[in-house]
Design a protein around this ligand. Structure first.
Ligand code: SAM
Length: 232
């Protein structure tokens, strides 16, 4: 992959970024996303935030190589500490990491008032998508759009959210994703058919073990029941 040709996963993230957005790409190790978005004319201002020095330097090099130093600003910082009020960021992308890490970055950002619900959040967790949705629900974010795609045999979800006055989701919607559940695309069905098999296996293994795992089994059985309802 290079900045001119994004992976299908990052292209799906890029497609959610509003035209003219002032973007913060958090965890921007190579700055491919902001470079692509600026080069394609979709945006003309971005912060490329990275917490680790090596990846930060690689983002710096990429931005310099692309001649976009006057439009994309690399910052070495933890999460949303990369942005200032002066940046007037209206769109935040956090992509390509685990759901729990995304949640911890967002929790810290809310705590430090670096975000306030007015920004468009574009999140692409590599796993634990339901935990991201629970966070959004708990903090009054409405899920406005969701995509599910297959890139090199791996399935990824992209969640777009914005703060709202009233948000109401049930556990099943948070588990599957409200928009994904209403669309039930082929990729969605493929994901959950596979997950059903995995959960059946784990339930069998837990039942054969002697540990105190009744609660875990009950949770898995409830999830399996939802999945079977949805894919049948
Ligand atoms: N966003 C890119 C993508 O989707 O292809 C890069 C994903 S890369 C696997 C995750 C990057 O996030 C790593 O470079 C890591 O150093 C960075 N990262 C992890 N925690 C971070 C944090 N708290 N603040 C900023 N960057 C972080």
């Amino acid at each position: 992959m290079n900045e001119g040709q994004l992976s299908d996963r990052l292209a799906c993230v890029a497609a959610q970024v509003p035209v003219g957005a002032r973007l913060a790409d958090i965890g921007s190790d190579h700055a491919y996303l902001p470079v692509y978005l600026v080069k394609s004319g979709r945006i003309d201002f971005a912060i490329s935030g990275e917490v680790r020095k090596g990846p930060f330097e690689s983002a710096q090099r990429q931005i310099r190589k692309s001649g976009l130093e006057d439009k994309i600003y690399p910052r070495l910082a933890d999460g949303l500490a990369a942005i200032t009020a002066k940046d007037a960021i209206d769109t935040v992308v956090i992509a390509g990491m685990g759901g729990q890490l995304i949640v911890s970055i967002l929790e810290k950002a809310l705590e430090n008032q670096q975000i306030n619900g007015s920004e468009c959040l574009i999140l692409q967790p590599n796993l634990d998508e339901d935990q991201v949705r629970h966070f959004l629900y708990d903090h009054s974010y409405q899920i406005t759009q969701e995509e599910i795609i297959c890139d090199k045999h791996k399935i990824y979800e992209v969640i777009v959210a914005k703060g709202a006055e009233f948000v109401c989701y049930g556990d099943k919607e948070l588990f599957f994703g409200p928009c994904l559940l209403s669309k039930k695309s082929d990729v969605f069905l493929k994901k959950w058919q596979h997950q059903a098999k995995q959960k059946q296996k784990v339930i069998q293994q837990l039942k054969a073990s002697n540990g105190a795992v009744e609660e875990k089994i009950a949770t898995l059985e409830q999830e399996l029941k939802w999945i079977e309802e949805v894919i049948s």
